[in-house]
Design a protein around this ligand. Structure first.
Ligand code: ZN
Length: 441
């Protein structure tokens, strides 16, 4: 009897957990059911992937879609559209919105809103603040919640837990891995008066210096060991932290940002001015080299875009009044593929960082692996395609990318989420059908 599938992906080179294989993939009911499908099999939809690589659906575990907030800058419908155009099947969205996602009411609102407005699947972070610590152990188990996010250094205004007493209380308030923005708030505040309005944009990395990040990470690791609570340090940005964290693998995983692998000071500040300002800052060559070393040593678990749009007006203010944060969700995959083509990492390692890594760190169920029984999420890429990143391609309403003009080799040509083709050749298809990602409780 001829076997019938919902979808067959024929003729591609698949990046499997055990390496690359030229094989065909069959899906049914939104899941992968077979690899190595006989030529006699039929399907409702057949995708010709000849000349393409078939990756598990790529995941960006660090975006700020600003929803609710200011839709003229970013929103879940537009941010997730950028995600699928850029080859991402799922994103995990941060809680520093207006209002903040810090209580059961806002979590419920976001759960409903995501499943009626998102183009990709999504995970939701819940923000930890000094006032919601007693509720965190319940909130972290909510549907679609990927974890608690703690801002231990000021990046975002009112959402912050900076002192050891409250950080320890947070760590003792639940059991899942906590994601941290690690910069020492006291050192940040103490150094602020060393600078004045209108100083060069590169002052950003002098103010938020290496020690701000290192001190924050040392304090968090001390408390994580003391409490036994697993930690994930977001956007590690210094050579010293990469070295230090090698001794904390029992309690800590870590992320590096595309920006810290791609942009370098002082060039970025001279060229981009406010459009290079983000937290933690882009630093010098030594730190970029250390980030690549950490990627290739296997220390880094996940790669994030830290997509954090702001209006052009706010980015063009003099330093330090210019807003911190860069766009990146749509450009992340092309830039990483370009790094693969430049020989900086292998395609297998990229998939490890963008699929298996986030699934392992956050406990995502059915994601991050091209294997039977997993969600039928795929990113099809053409490793030979050459194209320039252009502002006109960016769908984020803020309308800019710090990577404008960058020449890329390697481009995502299709995004498939649970068996639905949501992007093909730069066109978004169907309607928003994203769902909340499931996490191990
Ligand atoms: Zn962020």
């Amino acid at each position: 009897m001829t076997e019938h599938f919902d979808m067959l992906i024929r003729g591609g080179t698949c990046v499997l957990p055990w390496g690359q294989e030229a094989t065909d993939v069959g899906t049914r009911g939104g899941r992968i059911v077979a690899l190595g499908v006989p030529s006699s099999a039929t399907a409702t939809t057949t995708i010709d992937a000849k000349g393409l690589h078939v990756l598990p659906g790529l995941i960006d575990p660090h975006v700020h879609f600003r929803d609710p907030g200011d839709a003229s800058v970013e929103s879940i419908p537009m941010g997730s559209k950028g995600a699928v155009l850029g080859g991402l099947a799922a994103v995990f969205d941060m809680p520093n919105t207006s209002p903040l996602v810090v209580d059961a009411k806002m979590v419920a609102w976001k759960q409903e809103y995501v499943e009626s407005h998102s183009w990709c699947d999504m995970g939701i972070y819940v923000g930890g603040s000094k006032t919601n610590i007693p509720e965190l152990s319940d909130l972290e188990l909510g549907r679609g919640v990927c974890g608690i996010k703690i801002f231990a250094g000021s990046s975002t205004g009112d959402l912050m837990v900076e002192d050891d007493v409250n950080l320890e209380k947070v760590m003792r308030s639940g059991r899942r891995r906590i994601a941290y923005h690690s910069e020492d708030e006291y050192r940040l505040q103490a150094r602020k008066s060393m600078f004045k309005s209108g100083d060069p944009y590169a002052s950003h990395m002098e103010w938020r210096d290496e020690e701000c990040a290192c001190l924050g990470t040392r304090r968090l690791m001390h408390l994580a060991r003391k409490t036994g609570r697993q930690a994930h340090i977001l956007h590690v940005s210094t050579a010293q932290e990469f070295e230090y964290l090698k001794d904390y693998r029992d309690i800590c995983t870590c992320e590096v940002l595309v920006n810290h692998l791609t942009q370098v000071a002082p060039d970025c500040y001279e060229r981009l001015k406010g459009y290079a300002v983000m937290n933690p800052p882009i630093r010098g060559q030594r730190h970029m080299d250390a980030a690549w070393k950490a990627v290739n040593d296997g220390l880094v678990d996940t790669i994030g875009s830290d997509h954090a749009p702001h209006s052009k007006e706010k980015k063009e203010l003099p330093w330090p009044d210019c807003a911190s944060g860069l766009t990146g969700v749509q450009t992340m995959v092309p830039i990483m593929l370009n790094h693969v083509n430049a020989g900086r990492l292998s395609l297998n390692r990229m998939v490890d960082l963008m699929c298996a890594g986030p699934a392992r760190v956050y406990g995502a169920v059915g994601k991050g692996r091209l294997a039977a029984g997993y969600d039928a999420d795929f990113t099809l890429v053409d490793m030979k395609h050459r194209r320039k990143i252009e502002n006109s391609w960016i769908v984020s309403p803020c309308g800019w990318t710090p990577f404008e003009g960058m020449a890329i080799t390697g481009w995502p040509v299709a995004t498939i989420v649970r068996g639905n083709v949501v992007m093909r050749d730069d066109t978004v298809l169907g309607k928003p059908s994203g769902k909340l990602v499931k996490f191990v409780g």
